[in-house]
Design a protein around this ligand. Structure first.
Ligand SMILES: [Zn+2]
Length: 114
């Protein structure tokens, strides 16, 4: 997964000793299942600097722009592309498609003696 490689790269650039957690933003329309993402993360991280890091997934709801209210509206669980306030159909998706690296939690602590 390119995203995980990107995270590893960024962690390396920051010079951090250890990545504690990787935060991802996952839009409801990204077309990726959370479970699949976790699985690939575990697989890709093995043997890298990210091994043992937690994967934190921030789920992003679908937000559309209603042409009538001229307001951004958050769609509920059911993906009907209508404004929840006035019912006007809209396909103008503002957020909800993203799959991106949100943040890296790193630790500069020296590893414990062993
Ligand atoms: Zn509306």
């Amino acid at each position: 997964m390119r995203l995980v490689e990107l995270a590893a790269e960024k962690a390396g650039q920051s010079g951090a000793a250890r990545v504690v957690a990787v935060h991802l933003r996952l839009g409801a329309l990204a077309g990726v299942a959370k479970e699949a993402l976790r699985f690939s993360f575990d697989v890709v991280c093995q043997g890298t600097g990210l091994e043992g890091a937690r994967l934190v997934i921030d789920e992003v709801p679908v937000v559309v722009m209603c042409p009538r209210c001229r307001t951004e509206r958050v769609l509920g669980q059911v993906l009907r592309f209508c404004c929840p306030a006035c019912g006007t159909p809209t396909a103008d998706v503002v957020r909800g498609r993203e799959l991106e690296l949100a943040a890296l939690e790193v630790s500069d602590d020296a590893p414990a003696h062993c």
